[in-house]
Design a protein around this ligand. Structure first.
Ligand SMILES: [Zn+2]
Length: 318
């Protein structure tokens, strides 16, 4: 790993690509602290909802960090559970010099939530679908992958996505929790994928033997992944590299340049003004008069960051 990159990136909010040495397995590990707190602090989500949002952000950083061009990766779920809509929008410049930036938004049904016994993400989401969109910018066509969510949760959905879209054996672990002492959210995740065995010392092996070797490496990595406890992924005093060494010390693990992660939003008075501009003046007057919080003013809160914008209907009349 280059010293400069390691020195400038705060690993409390970063995703790190890695490779298990002498094994056909690669992966990414992510950890979010200040950045995920920044996203969640302005939303008034109940804890179970916030937890799934944080896990979805962790997942998005695992997927988005492998994008090698300036673009976006969007994970969106629409389901019939209490958490009926979830969007995470991840922006990258396609290199590790600039941070990956994300924002997130969710809609939930408070009544359905109160009726739920289990608050794991599979129960909160319920059934529906997850759409993963990769926006390559410019005039390039978007790539879109759709996974049916059938009470399976985010980890299994991501594994299905890679199995379907890239025929890649993938294992994902995600965790998020509110630290009541520090009064801050922590999230983390790790993903491993099976890749083709390299030639080199295996040059004498035939295709079948190479496949067997790949599968043995995969089974080994998968078994180790299953030993990860949630708190290891989010322990505020722990760090990603230590966790990887603990897990894969038998074979060894190489970490690559980390990418910093940041919360951001793109909303602005101009964008909100454009959005309100699409209504008729009559509708805008009604919105202003009918606003119980501040009659006479149209108030709009950004779905992503919660920032409030305020206009009068007369503002648009000119
Ligand atoms: Zn915003």
């Amino acid at each position: 790993m280059s010293d400069t990159a390691e020195n400038t990136v705060n690993l409390d909010d970063a995703v790190i690509p890695f490779r298990i040495e002498n094994a056909a397995v690669r992966g990414e590990i992510t950890r979010l602290k200040a950045s995920i707190h920044e996203v969640l602090k302005d939303h008034d989500y109940p804890a179970p909802i916030a937890r799934v949002v944080a896990k979805a952000v962790a997942l998005t950083s695992l997927l988005g960090s492998s994008i090698k061009f300036k673009g976006r990766l969007i994970i969106q779920t629409t389901t019939d559970g209490p958490l009926n809509m979830l969007v995470v929008d991840y922006h990258t410049d396609g290199n590790f010099k600039t941070p990956g930036k994300f924002r997130a938004s969710a809609r939930f049904d408070a009544v359905k939530l109160s009726e739920l016994d289990e608050t794991d993400d599979a129960s909160l989401l319920g059934a529906g679908q997850m759409i993963i969109t990769i926006d390559q910018g410019n005039d390039m066509q978007n790539y879109q992958g759709i996974v049916a969510l059938d009470n399976i949760g985010l980890e299994a959905a991501a594994e299905l996505y890679f199995g379907k879209s890239e025929q890649m054996l993938t294992q994902v672990r995600l965790a998020a929790e509110y630290d009541t002492d520090e009064k801050t959210w922590n999230a983390g995740g790790v993903m491993v994928q099976s890749i083709a065995v390299e030639g080199g010392s295996n040059a004498e092996l035939n295709d079948e033997e190479l496949k067997e070797l790949q599968l043995a490496d995969w089974e080994n990595a998968r078994a180790l992944m299953l030993t990860i406890k949630d708190f290891e992924l989010i322990n505020p005093k722990g760090d990603s590299q230590n966790l990887l060494y603990q897990l894969f010390h038998e074979k060894g693990v190489s970490c690559y340049v980390p990418q910093a992660l940041e919360a951001f939003c793109q909303c602005s008075p101009e964008r909100i003004e454009d959005m309100l501009g699409q209504f008729s003046q009559e509708e805008r007057v009604e919105m202003a008069i009918g606003n119980p919080k501040k009659p006479g003013f149209i108030q709009v809160a950004c779905d992503f960051c919660g920032k409030e914008y305020e206009f009068t209907a007369e503002h648009f009349a000119q």
